[in-house]
Design a protein around this ligand. Structure first.
Ligand SMILES: [Zn+2]
Length: 262
């Protein structure tokens, strides 16, 4: 499989190479950061998950010690490493909230670049694709990828859209309002998407965010109709079955849905 890489992803591959790593979890991210000649510390931060301050030739990366979930801490540290490798000469301070770590929509923005860097650094595309190959897509595949690469399911899903082996559509809602979506290159249906509007009422994202339902374990994957999420060709098109797997973070008030054709 040959992929085309963004500049941020190419940088991540270079840094892995420079560190002599084929497996991103051979070393801890703090050790890698120190090896790249930046400082790393964990301190309680208010209202942010990570930051980097660069003065002259010195950079200090701080990650919020209150982050309980280790995969998230790893992602935050890799995101700051991305700013260090890509942006430290352009801007002396980056302060990252949970929002910046979920910023996947403004192509070319510093935040999206740092996320692309982190995603490639923690889940190298070739290894990622190899892990998916030959597996039929279902939520368990995401669980497997998340534990294999020590990342959150959210991070694994976002990588899957780009480098997975099955066409999927992913939509991010915050406080029950649609914010952005992404599609695999071979997912062709047009979503019913309007920025800052409630997700469609037949969607699982809507059911969950409006507090009508919660799904767990084997129920995580729900059957829906194509017309729940996508534009139909015309009135005569027969509706077909799709699946939606919706992850919900009550703490941060967001949902991330993965939708695919049955
Ligand atoms: Zn950032």
């Amino acid at each position: 499989m040959t992929f085309s890489y963004s500049a941020a992803e190419i940088k991540a591959k270079q840094v892995l190479d420079d560190c002599g790593l084929t497996e991103p979890n051979e070393l801890t991210i703090p050790n890698i950061i120190l090896g790249r000649k930046a400082f790393y510390e964990e301190l309680p931060l208010e209202g942010k998950e990570g930051e980097i301050v660069s003065v002259d030739d010195r950079s200090i990366i701080t990650v919020n010690s209150n982050i309980q979930y280790e995969p998230k801490k790893r992602f935050a540290a890799a995101h700051e490493l991305g700013h260090y490798e890509l942006h430290r000469s352009l801007k002396p301070i980056f302060s990252d909230t949970d929002e910046s770590l979920m910023n996947w929509y403004k192509t070319g923005s510093h935040e999206t670049e740092a996320n692309e860097f982190a995603a490639e650094f923690l889940m190298p595309s070739e290894l990622f694709y190899k892990e998916c190959k030959g597996k039929k897509f279902e939520p368990k595949v995401i669980d497997h990828l998340a534990s294999r690469f020590e990342v959150s399911k959210t991070a694994a899903i976002l990588k899957f859209v780009k480098r997975g082996n099955h066409p999927v559509f992913v939509v991010y809602c915050k406080n029950n309002k649609m914010k952005w979506y992404k599609r695999s290159h071979d997912f062709y249906y047009q979503p019913l998407f309007q920025y800052n509007v409630n997700p469609p009422s037949g969607s699982v994202a809507y059911e969950i965010a409006s507090g009508k339902k919660a799904y767990f374990g084997d129920e995580a994957r729900q059957e829906i109709w194509k017309s729940d999420w996508f534009v139909m060709r015309d009135d005569d098109e027969a509706d077909t079955k799709f699946y939606e797997y919706c992850m919900h973070s009550p703490t941060y008030g967001y949902t991330l849905s993965v939708v695919w054709e049955r």
